[in-house]
Design a protein around this ligand. Structure first.
Ligand code: ADP
Ligand code: MG
Length: 416
């Protein structure tokens, strides 16, 4: 109704400070408010969180948000608390006393959003507690974790449906940025959401500039590139922990405020470095792909892949962390044929089917890097979208150049 439209919009302004909904947000929010199962597929940075945060504020009771990473939960809860919203999380970082406090506040109806790790959700005591609370709906963020075809499979995610059934008959909203049809099908099947309204938006990120450079004098190129964006936030992805440390150090000796992030660091250091990046005490975070899922920093101005990534899907997710506010976002990838071979070697220990799959992903990556075709056209094609014109906003469109055709050679090497 009109009054509802007005009140949703005023809530958007009042709580989040935004004056307009983006894309399908309003339709999605209305769908969940009506109590319908909802499936949202939107690219990274499109604004998926708001699709469950806003209805949680409007509806009676507490919305459960299932989220795969502690860092991700903390990030959203901190942000909501800063907006004056009572949001809390339940995960292994809380003491028994803290946990009891959260549970008490939830049962008394004060908590509007309760973020829960799937590991905590499967505990019997959590289930007992949730049965006592008034739950409005369940949001499953990063829902591709359900699928083995996704890039972040979490076995616990496959148990979610059964647990929800034990809490009650609740509407579900599942959200992901993974657009491949195989993953979508898997998610809907596992969550038994054949009846869900599906909202899928275009994966084109018009403000991202895509660029691939050969891996020559890479250190020098990187320093120049980062200095060109001096004082701005950026992410530099490297393949190994060792490389992360090396490049973070290289940037530091060149007067760049850079910090490392990888799974080998103590979790307190990791969290501190992430916070420093989010709070702008550090400009650049040098990281393995362990960094970034769901991290909301709207003003990341550049994303560099120092080493060639393993797949187009991963590359797209990682570049998607740039320019989330809709402003400038520069994506630079360094490519070398040696990197592809190195990655191919890592696959040797994997089971045969997985190895074949990884090899195919690598071939696609090499073909993308070597190609002279509009980058955006290639990326969108990968996600099943047709992009008719050339984008005029990538290296291949703006600086077409004679290229050394390494592709045949790469393919031969991969088949060897
Ligand atoms: P996703 O989960 O889809 O990757 P997020 O929910 O993290 O994206 O949102 C990305 C950014 O967009 C955030 O900085 C968020 O505050 C902002 N945002 C979301 N909705 C709107 C809106 N309607 N107007 C302006 N900014 C928005
Ligand atoms: Mg998100």
């Amino acid at each position: 109704s009109v009054t509802q439209e007005v009140s949703l919009k005023s809530k958007l302004k009042e709580v989040f400070g935004f004056s307009q909904f983006r894309g399908n947000q309003e339709a999605i929010i209305n769908n969940i408010i009506r109590g319908n199962n909802t499936f949202v597929i939107m690219p990274t940075g499109a604004g998926k969180s708001l699709c469950y945060q806003l209805p949680a504020l409007v509806l009676d009771g507490t919305a459960i948000v299932i989220s795969p990473l502690i860092a991700l939960m903390k990030n959203q809860v901190d942000q909501l608390n800063a907006f004056g919203v009572n949001a809390q999380f339940l995960n292994s970082t809380l003491s028994k006393a803290e946990m009891n406090k959260v549970k008490k506040e939830t049962i008394s109806g004060q908590v509007k959003l309760l973020y829960v790790a799937p590991e905590s959700l499967t505990k019997e005591e959590t289930l007992d507690f949730l049965q006592k609370a008034k739950i409005s709906f369940v949001a499953i963020d990063e829902a591709h974790c359900i699928s083995e075809w996704g890039h972040d499979f979490r076995p616990e995610y496959r148990k979610i449906r059964g647990i929800i059934d034990n809490i009650g008959n609740l509407p579900i909203i599942a959200l992901t940025a993974t657009a491949t049809p195989k993953v979508q099908l898997d998610i809907q099947k596992n969550l038994q959401m054949d009846d869900a309204s599906v909202f899928k938006s275009s994966f084109n990120r018009t403000n991202l500039y895509y660029e691939v450079r050969p891996k020559h004098n890479t250190k020098k190129q990187l320093i120049q590139y980062v200095k060109k964006h001096k004082g701005k936030s950026g992410i530099v992805y490297c393949l190994s922990r060792k490389k992360v440390e090396e490049i973070a150090e290289l940037l530091r000796v060149n007067d760049v405020k850079a910090l490392p992030y990888h799974a080998g660091l103590d979790s307190s250091v990791r969290m501190a470095n992430q916070d420093a990046f989010l709070n702008e005490d550090a400009d650049v975070i040098v990281a393995t792909i362990a960094f970034g899922m769901g991290i909301d920093k709207p003003d990341v101005r550049f994303v560099v892949h120092y080493d060639t990534p393993k797949s187009i899907e991963g590359y797209y997710q990682e570049t998607g962390r740039g320019g989330r506010d809709g402003l400038e976002g520069n994506c630079l990838m360094f490519y070398s044929y040696d990197d592809i071979l190195k990655l191919e070697k890592f696959n040797k220990d994997k089971p045969v089917t997985e190895r074949d799959n990884s090899k195919l992903l690598l071939q696609e990556m090499a073909a993308y890097a070597d190609s002279a075709v509009c980058r955006r056209k290639q990326l969108l094609h990968y996600f099943g979208e047709i992009y008719e014109k050339d984008c005029q906003f990538c290296d291949n469109c703006l600086h077409p150049k004679e290229r050394f055709e390494a592709q045949d050679e790469v393919l031969v090497a991969l088949q060897a």
